[in-house]
Design a protein around this ligand. Structure first.
Ligand code: ADP
Ligand code: MG
Length: 365
């Protein structure tokens, strides 16, 4: 067991991703989907991975699961339980996938078999891991359905997946993950297809699953709001690379990469007096034939000459906090509208406005 990444007192690392790159061939040139991801996941912790669509979140986790197509060229290492998953055969991966590392996808039907009842599918997972009778496995299935807050679990246990709502199906998938008693749960956009109210229930179920199994979890989402109440640490990805990583408080309250500030500005927040949202203008770059420099440059109002020339590396900006930005010290303390919509700042808060001035006319809306 390598433990050079383990600081004394910190829980042991269960998954260590180092220098991971994934490239797909294409007619237009190599698609550099993942360009160097490093993270350590410690026992029992929740790491949120966030970024806009196409930033390489799913490809990163599919690499961990060994689920990428054979055309994908992978470099780097993914260390789990003393082995490098990148080097394992399909057979060796089969003993890890689903059991030691459980995966929850956006669409629960990716994981459920439509021709078996949900009780049967959960009981199968229980039987694979515990020396119990079929009747006991069924009882455990009912108990797990109750744990993930499925109403009337004694009846629902005999339902087929199609008889359940999307939110309930996703909770069944979580129950199966729990029955497998995994070391790691990777949830990729687990609530993206669901209504907001149902989202909250599924996130609750995920939290319960993570706490009761003691598994470490990677929670992948394009929505920082999903991460707020769930994660211990957050990794922000842009164009195939981490651009900021830190504790959930560091990311939410002291972001140091303009992209992170922009993601926060697109998020409705109750703890801000202003309810105005500031979306990030533009869209993410193509990861084919990327120009040199920071990939966020075309969208970044703070960008200067150096940003177009060299891509910044992650550097330490706090105790457990790293950011990849040439101007990270300038970003400290700035809100999204100050970076992305400075005109609005001058309009709304003219310098030298009298203290206690009445809020400008937003009445009626
Ligand atoms: P995210 O999950 O962050 O939305 P993905 O990890 O799915 O993004 O994709 C990252 C990049 O890799 C995208 O540009 C996507 O088009 C590309 N990509 C993903 N899978 C494949 C594949 N099988 N072949 C070619 N390109 C792919
Ligand atoms: Mg994805």
């Amino acid at each position: 067991m390598t433990d050079q990444q383990n600081t004394p007192g910190a829980p042991e690392a269960v998954l260590t991703v180092s220098g991971l790159t994934v490239t797909f061939p294409s007619a237009d040139g190599p698609v550099r989907a993942v360009r160097g991801v490093d993270y350590t996941l410690r026992r029992g912790e929740v790491l949120g991975i966030v970024g806009e669509s196409g930033s390489g979140k799913s490809v990163t986790s599919l690499a961990v699961m060994g689920l990428l197509p054979p055309t994908a060229k992978i470099t780097g290492s993914i260390e789990f339980d003393g082995r490098d998953l990148v080097t394992l055969s399909e057979n060796q991966l089969n003993t890890i996938r689903g059991e030691r590392i459980a995966m929850i996808f956006q669409d629960p039907m990716t994981s459920l078999n439509p021709v078996y009842t949900v009780g049967y599918q959960i009981a199968e997972a229980v039987l694979a891991h515990r020396d119990v009778s079929k009747a006991q496995a069924r009882e455990r299935a009912v108990e797990l359905l109750r744990t993930v807050r499925i109403p009337n679990p004694e009846q629902r246990v005999d339902s087929y997946p199609h008889e359940l709502s999307g939110g309930m199906r996703q909770r069944v998938v979580i129950a199966i993950a729990m029955a497998n008693d995994p070391d790691v749960i990777i949830a990729d956009e687990p609530t993206t297809a669901l209504d907001v109210t149902v989202q909250a229930q599924v996130l609750d179920a995920l939290r319960v699953a993570q706490q009761e199994t003691g598994a470490a979890m990677v929670l992948i989402t394009h929505d920082l709001g999903v991460i707020a109440g769930q994660a211990d640490r957050v990794l922000v990805m842009y164009a195939g690379k981490p651009v900021e990583i830190g504790s959930v408080d560091e990311i939410f309250y002291e972001p140091r990469m303009p992209y992170t500030v922009g993601l926060l500005g697109s998020l409705p927040r109750l703890d801000r007096s202003s309810s105005r949202l500031t979306p990030i203008p533009g869209s993410p770059p193509s990861v084919v034939n990327m120009p040199p420099g920071c990939p966020f440059t075309p969208r970044c109002p703070l960008a200067g000459e150096v940003c177009g020339e060299s891509e910044p590396e992650l550097v330490e900006v706090g105790p457990s906090h790293e950011a990849a930005c040439h101007h990270s010290s300038q970003v400290a303390g700035l809100a999204a509208h100050e970076i992305f919509d400075p005109a609005a700042v001058t309009d709304a808060e003219p310098a030298g406005a009298p203290a206690g001035a009445a809020p400008s006319g937003e009445a009626g809306r």
